[in-house]
Design a protein around this ligand. Structure first.
Ligand code: HEM
Length: 485
């Protein structure tokens, strides 16, 4: 009797799922070969092979469907795309603004900060936070970029003449120092070995978030509680949230009236809140935590890949140096102003070209909260869609000889395809910090180039790219530094 009941139940479920499946438009998208019963779950990429596996999947179509479960009635299915039209459709839509489900692992740290929130709450916060990134505000941060950059260049001197230096562990300290001072108005001096507990907690949480995204055990909250990492995460969060709360509490009593004093993002948020009573303390803390995360890992990746590309292309590096000399003569430590950074036009092309080839955020994800109609395909409610920026940036229709590093392509770059180049995403949920990031990267790279010749290692260091929250290289990003005299 039980067997018959189980059979009937399975048959009913099969037909329900199958009906749902054939009625939705997902089955119309091509599917790379997968296991008949379990789908693509066995080929699920790891951080280290994500680029290779996803690129191979995308040989079957510009947008492909991946599934978990039997072909006729999958339990979970989603789309991965490098298709310009679909990417434009999604990013220009005012309906598809929710982040995909794999962002949820960041929630324990960033809670409802701008990166993760959605709906009216996100809209309201985006409106409140946008003035904090006005260029008049960003101008004030140039001094921070420069002073923290000076410490960085001093530290690099120790590596001069060595057969190789791995940039990432050094650059991440630089960008953390910068974001801490600009977002919270607090120096943490991790470059000088201070606040190692904060640094350790940032690293720990980033590791756990990535491992959860790829682990079938710790991905689920109920089984994560049984893992050691759950307790490690708890400990790290105590440090991270404790730190921002402490800074916030220490500033609450301060008065920010008409003052010429430099204001960090946190000061501005406190001032807005006091003047207009718009954000609670928890909301402010969540936004500052979000800036702390989004504002250091991304720029660190950018800076490392730019220096790597400059090492590989001495002709390009010579042009960057030439531009510096045109601005500052032979002065290695000029007083760099905001307008100088604006005038580094060739360096800007170098940064853009590097972010095309090595987008610091190589993948973003969206989730449909209602059915959407894309060119006649009905994409159902609750579909996760992965936008593979890394592959989009290699489309030869938009970037001829896409694997070639050629900054000149961004000189007089005009396009009728505004979504073909999107390192900072595009549309309503684009990066709020992109101007800040551009200024920071220009300040740091120009300083390094004035002080050092950056050369490739012998033999040349080949990157092994891995897709984590940002693009990384598992074997480091190594170059050789030679001091300029
Ligand atoms: C090279 C550096 C950077 C790159 C490549 C980058 C890239 C991106 C991308 C692709 C997104 C969209 C994410 C998504 O759709 O899931 C994003 C969002 C965001 N970024 Fe950046 N970012 C950089 C630096 C920064 C900095 C310095 C800050 C803050 C100071 C920042 C703050 C944010 C925030 C708050 C969001 C969420 C915006 C929203 O959803 O309204 N980013 N960034």
């Amino acid at each position: 009797m039980l067997v018959v009941a189980a059979f009937i139940l399975t048959a009913v479920l099969y037909f329900v799922f199958k009906k749902h499946h054939t009625e939705n438009g997902l089955h119309k998208f091509p599917e790379p070969p997968g296991n008949f019963f379990v789908g693509h779950i066995l080929q699920a990429p790891s951080t280290e092979n994500a680029i290779a596996v996803t690129s191979k999947f995308l040989d079957y179509g510009k947008t492909i469907r991946l599934r978990c479960g039997p072909a006729a009635c999958p339990i979970i299915e989603g789309l991965v795309t490098k298709d310009y039209n679909l990417i434009e459709f999604i990013l220009s839509s005012n309906k598809i603004l929710t982040k995909s489900e794999n962002y949820k692992f960041l929630r324990a740290w960033l809670r409802n900060g701008l990166l993760l929130s959605d709906g009216d709450y996100w809209k309201r916060h985006r409106k409140i936070l946008t003035p904090a990134f006005h260029f008049e505000i960003l101008k004030q941060f140039v001094d921070v970029f420069e002073l923290v950059g000076d410490i960085f260049v001093k530290k690099l001197e120790k590596y001069e003449g060595m057969s190789s230096v791995d940039l990432h562990p050094l650059v991440i300290l630089l960008t953390l120092d910068i974001i801490s001072e600009t977002a919270m108005g607090t120096k943490i001096d991790v470059q000088s070995g201070h606040n190692s507990h904060y640094l350790k907690s940032v690293k720990e949480i980033c590791r756990i978030v990535i491992e959860r995204a790829f682990s079938p055990i710790s991905a689920f909250d109920f089984s994560f509680w049984l893992c050691k990492d759950y307790y490690k995460q708890k400990k790290a969060l105590k440090v991270l949230h404790g730190f921002t709360s402490e800074v916030l509490n220490s500033k609450k009593g301060q008065v920010f009236e008409k003052t010429t004093k430099k204001m960090a993002f946190l000061d501005l948020l406190l001032k807005f809140s006091r003047d207009e009573n718009v954000l609670s303390n928890d909301e402010i803390r969540e936004e500052v935590d979000t800036f702390m995360f989004e504002g250091h890992d991304t720029t660190a990746a950018g800076i490392c890949f730019i220096l790597y590309c400059l090492a590989d292309h001495p002709d390009v590096q010579a042009k960057v140096l030439q531009e510096q000399k045109a601005l500052f003569g032979d002065e290695k430590n000029p007083a760099v102003a905001y307008s100088d950074l604006q005038n580094m036009k060739y360096l800007e092309c170098v940064i853009k070209e590097t972010c095309r080839l090595y987008p610091p955020v190589p993948v973003i994800g969206r989730y449909t909260t209602e059915e959407v109609n894309f060119e006649g395909y009905l994409i159902p409610k609750r579909t996760n869609i992965v936008l593979f920026i890394y592959a989009l940036h290699r489309n030869p229709d938009f970037f001829p000889e896409p694997e070639k590093f050629r900054p000149e392509r961004f000189e007089n770059f005009h396009t009728s395809f505004p979504y073909a180049y999107i390192p900072f995403s595009a549309g309503a949920r684009n990066c709020i910090g992109q101007k800040f990031a551009m200024l920071e990267m220009k300040s740091v790279i120009s300083k390094v180039v004035r002080h050092f010749e950056v050369k490739p290692t012998q033999p040349r260091h080949e990157l092994k790219l891995s897709v984590e929250a940002v693009l990384k290289s598992v074997n480091g990003i190594k170059v050789v530094l030679k001091k300029r005299h």
